[in-house]
Design a protein around this ligand. Structure first.
Ligand code: SAM
Length: 292
């Protein structure tokens, strides 16, 4: 059995993608595609198109619903492969299939079904922290890069102390739940996030609490709780279903590792890749690194 299947990662994401109706797929794609440009340092879609112009073969590793792979194929003449461990590739092919340069494949990126050194661009956006060993998966993807090729990866960032402790403990329980149980939990957590957000309350702290990762200043109560104590995602633009799915995506998969900028730089260095862009937000680290 493939590593991702053996750990149940495929079960969590297959459930997530098969529960996402077309309207939510469209809303999620719009939201994620805008966020992608910001995180990976592209001013707009034209800048991404420029970046794709010289690429012959592109891999979207952990493609999910396939909207990013479809965008790369639309913006360039590169052959684009969207790989995912789940049957989401069937949804992706139904939603986006047709262009001659777009291909969806079901497979495990921990044991990729490709020859080494063939891809000019590999993107693994919000994916490798769900594999059993994030550093090893990064190194595996790097072996697929052709000379001059680029690897673009986003991983979760390590959070404040209490949030990390809560994540470890709560996830140990929720990742062992059935899909239905974790969905119910995710709905309750989403309701909490929405209620705190609706409060629209802030607190002002004259002193920060560095040990707990809380800076001085004014904090929105939902954001403070979210970043420093407990993941309870709510986003008005995404709406109820996608917000619930975002919480489910955090609490159900067996692996959701968190990392530091230093770790990410070390992965690049040991794979022989030069960092060309690194962006850190409260949620994660986005890196683009090139094989020279
Ligand atoms: C959070 S989703 C991100 C999807 C997409 N990249 C995006 O940005 O919207 C993570 C995806 O990675 C896939 N995935 C996780 N582990 C994988 C593995 N070992 N091999 C292939 N796909 C994997 C999951 O099935 C899921 O579709």
């Amino acid at each position: 059995m493939a590593p991702g299947s053996a750990t149940g990662t495929d079960r969590s994401f297959s459930a997530k993608w098969n529960m996402t109706p077309p309207e939510d797929r469209r809303r999620l794609a719009a939201f994620q595609q805008r966020w992608f440009l910001e995180r990976f340092g592209f001013a707009d879609e034209a800048a991404l198109a420029d970046h794709l112009a010289c690429r012959g073969l592109v891999l979207d590793a952990g493609t999910g619903l396939g909207y990013d792979a479809a965008r790369y194929a639309r913006l360039s003449s590169a052959h684009v492969v969207g790989l995912d461990i789940t049957d989401s590739v069937d949804i992706a092919a139904r939603d986006f299939g047709g262009p001659q340069n777009l291909h969806f494949v079901q497979g495990d990126l921990e044991t990729p079904p490709f020859a080494p050194a063939i891809f000019d661009l590999i993107v693994a956006d919000q994916v490798i922290h769900h594999t059993t060993d994030c550093a090893r998966t990064f190194a595996t993807l790097a072996t697929l890069l052709a000379p001059g090729g680029e690897l673009a990866v986003y991983v979760y960032r390590r959070k404040a102390l209490i949030r990390e402790l809560a994540d470890d403990h709560v996830r140990a329980l929720t990742s062992a739940m059935s899909v239905a149980e974790c969905l119910e939990f995710s709905e309750a957590i989403t309701e909490l996030g929405r209620a705190l957000s609706d409060l629209d309350a802030t607190v002002a702290l004259t002193r920060g609490i560095p040990l707990l990762g809380i800076p001085a200043g004014e904090h929105h109560v939902q954001r403070l709780l979210y970043w420093c104590f407990l993941k309870c995602f709510w986003n008005e633009e995404l709406g109820w279903h996608s917000s619930v799915m975002t919480n489910f995506d955090w609490y159900h998969p067996p692996s959701a590792s968190r990392h530091t900028e230093q770790e990410v730089r070390a992965w690049c260095m040991s794979a022989g890749l030069a960092v060309v862009h690194l962006g850190t937000t409260l949620s994660g680290i986005s890196v683009r690194a090139r094989r020279n």
